[in-house]
Design a protein around this ligand. Structure first.
Ligand SMILES: O=C(O)c1ccc[n+]([C@@H]2O[C@H](COP(=O)([O-])O)[C@@H](O)[C@H]2O)c1
Ligand SMILES: Cc1cc2nc[nH]c2cc1C
Length: 588
């Protein structure tokens, strides 16, 4: 029997506790009842009798544990079926403990993350009861508002790690499992210092094709040499041209006359139509010079124990790619793709051949400080754009972005969480394979990064400076520039797609030039893909980075193009078309 985590929400006297008891009873007799409100308030007989009523209802086979340390209890015995009643008392206990009722700000997020990680690690059934407060008036007292706000955030975080969420209303059970979710992150006080949005780029009408540039690497103002003035700031992005939709329609029409039942090549048809529209020609040509660029960089936050591997692996893996021994080399060879690795911010002395676009060594720790200065941010963006220009000018017709950098799934999760307004506990993932303790540290780091990022979330460039580091910033420039230059891109996993979210904000419409190669095992990747309305080609549970997922999808993209380009038509082959009768009755 698979274990199920259920969150039961409801107002006062809604029947939530009775319902929770009913569902946990159905899973066996040996239930642990975790009572978070142990001590009746002195001199409050009504409170005491409510607790007694709960006690009297419990079967004798149940064990009662009275403790507000729910995470500790769950971890000490993760397999026992458990009923937690309730999160309202859990929040109250912590607010009491930290004197949080009238403090100017409180922060329960690390405790909430700890609770969620303990819940996520249970192997037996768990039912968590929590009050759904604030359905009517906003509480008239500061303490009341604090309770509503904090409990609302805790409920949303816990819901995210539960398999089933129900709301009890007047004794009726309403299933919330398939409900659309929205963020309930409390507005941080820092909202007040939100920066104004960057002025919108002055748009000029799209040219039939953007002229080629002579690339020059850009280093920040503070650095000695080669301060290029190519692509200085993001407001240089013109309106992104669209792929040619008229050609796309022609490609769709051509699929109808190829020797197959209409629509029978499924997703391959969509991919080939996209490729045709991007190339502006039907039938499309096979991609002749696909190239993957691995953007490498180190992140200050990696020293906070958020990765399963030490930071020095980044520089070592750059060397491994240069020697041809990494997964990216093998997969690229299979797919006929050229490999380039670029050190944008590795905290080591890498080979001279990969340092041309280096902006700095490492970057600031996103938990507490900006990762880049304004000059470094501009340099990284400009260098990403210059790399795209250089490749396109030398004939690359399909680009792939890959990433390499110990700790980089943390800034990626911060970007996804901030841009899509999603809770830290929902966007956090295991990256290179962190354990539970690492998961807690990483969730707290994402929370801290998101708190800083939120203050600048309306300015993509300030957001990049705040949390992205040089490598992700260059990637955003690269992806936006590829679109500006009408060059299709296959996106890789979480890290590349996080950069893509910012690139789409920098150059709206850029996403039309991108296809998602795969769905990474990182949870934030699915959220980012959904935000960009991209459906991945593959779902292979990969989580390597380096462009590996995108490269695995390239042969499928080439196969899609080949079908549209090379299959015989009904007219040429003498194969009979769909019968007129079936066509008129709509039979497939
Ligand atoms: O992009 C992804 O989907 C992805 C998912 C998990 C891991 N990675 C790679 O693993 C490294 C980051 O993982 P971590 O745990 O150090 O944050 C970095 O080198 C990435 O290329 C990448
Ligand atoms: C060995 C190794 C290879 C990688 N490639 C991309 N990220 C990586 C992380 C590690 C640890």
């Amino acid at each position: 029997m698979t274990s199920v985590r259920t969150l039961v929400l409801g107002g006062i006297r809604s029947g939530k506790s009775a319902y929770a008891e009913q569902i946990i009873s159905a899973r066996g007799d040996a239930v642990r009842y975790l009572a978070t409100a142990a001590t009746p308030a002195t001199g409050d007989p009504d409170w005491a009798s409510r607790i007694d009523a709960h006690r009297d209802r419990r079967p004798s086979t149940w064990t009662t544990v009275e403790s507000a340390d729910v995470a500790g209890a769950l971890r000490s015995n993760p397999a026992t079926p458990t009923l937690v009643d309730d999160l309202g008392s859990w929040v109250t206990t912590y607010l009491d403990e930290i004197g949080g009722w009238d403090a100017p700000t409180v922060d329960l997020s690390s405790r909430t993350a700890d609770l969620c990680s303990a819940l996520a690690a249970t192997t037996g059934d768990v039912v968590v009861v929590s009050p759904e407060v604030g359905l009517s008036l906003v509480a008239p007292t500061p303490a009341g508002r604090r309770f509503q706000d904090e409990l609302g955030a805790v409920n949303a975080a816990v819901a995210a790690v539960c398999d089933r969420v129900v709301l009890l209303v007047a004794g009726r059970v309403v299933e919330l499992d398939d409900a659309e979710t929205v963020s309930v992150v409390a507005e941080a006080p820092s909202r007040a210092i939100d920066h104004e949005p960057e002025p919108t780029a002055v748009a000029s009408p799209p040219e039939p094709s953007t002229p080629a540039h002579t690339p020059s690497p850009h280093t920040p103002d503070a650095a000695p040499s080669t301060v290029g003035d190519h692509h200085d700031a993001a407001d240089e992005f013109d309106i992104v041209p669209s792929p040619d939709h008229t050609i796309g329609d022609e490609a769709r029409g051509r699929h109808m006359i190829l020797t197959k039942p209409a629509g029978s090549l499924g997703r391959l048809e969509e991919i080939s139509i996209w490729a045709s529209a991007c190339q502006g020609v039907c039938p499309p040509a096979p991609f002749a010079h696909p190239t993957v660029v691995v953007f490498a960089g180190d992140h200050g936050v990696a020293h906070a124990g958020v990765s399963a591997y030490p930071p020095e692996v980044t520089g070592q893996m750059v060397a491994n790619i240069l020697s041809g021994g990494a997964a990216v080399n093998v997969l690229a060879r299979q797919a006929g793709v050229a490999v380039r690795v670029e050190d944008i911010g590795v905290d080591a002395d890498t080979d001279e051949s990969v340092r041309r676009f280096k902006v700095r060594r490492g970057c600031g720790d996103l938990r507490t400080t900006d990762t880049l200065t304004a000059a470094e941010t501009n340099a990284a963006l400009a260098n990403g754009r210059a790399i795209a220009d250089e490749l396109i000018d030398s004939g690359a017709d399909l680009l792939i972005a890959g990433d390499l950098g110990i700790g980089n799934t943390t800034p990626a999760a911060v970007l996804v969480g901030t841009i899509t307004d999603t809770e830290p506990v929902v966007v956090v993932g295991r990256g290179t394979g962190i354990d539970d303790a690492g998961w807690i540290r990483k969730t707290a780091a994402i929370r801290d990064g998101m708190r800083r990022a939120r203050a600048v979330s309306r300015s993509p460039i300030a957001l990049l400076a705040a949390v992205a580091g040089a490598d992700l910033t260059a990637m955003a420039g690269f992806l936006a520039q590829a679109a500006q230059r009408r060059t299709p891109v296959v996106l890789d996993g979480l890290v590349v797609t996080a950069a893509a979210l910012v690139a789409e904000d920098l150059a709206p419409g850029a996403a039309q030039w991108w296809i998602a190669g795969h769905r990474s095992a990182e949870p934030a990747h699915s959220i980012a893909l959904q935000h960009l309305a991209l459906e991945p080609v593959l779902e292979f549970s990969m989580r390597l980075g380096e462009g590996s997922g995108a490269l695995t999808a390239v042969p499928i993209v080439q196969a899609a193009v080949a079908t549209l380009a090379s299959m015989a038509t009904f007219g040429d082959s003498g194969v009979s078309e769909r019968s007129a009768e079936a066509a008129s009755t709509g039979r497939r």
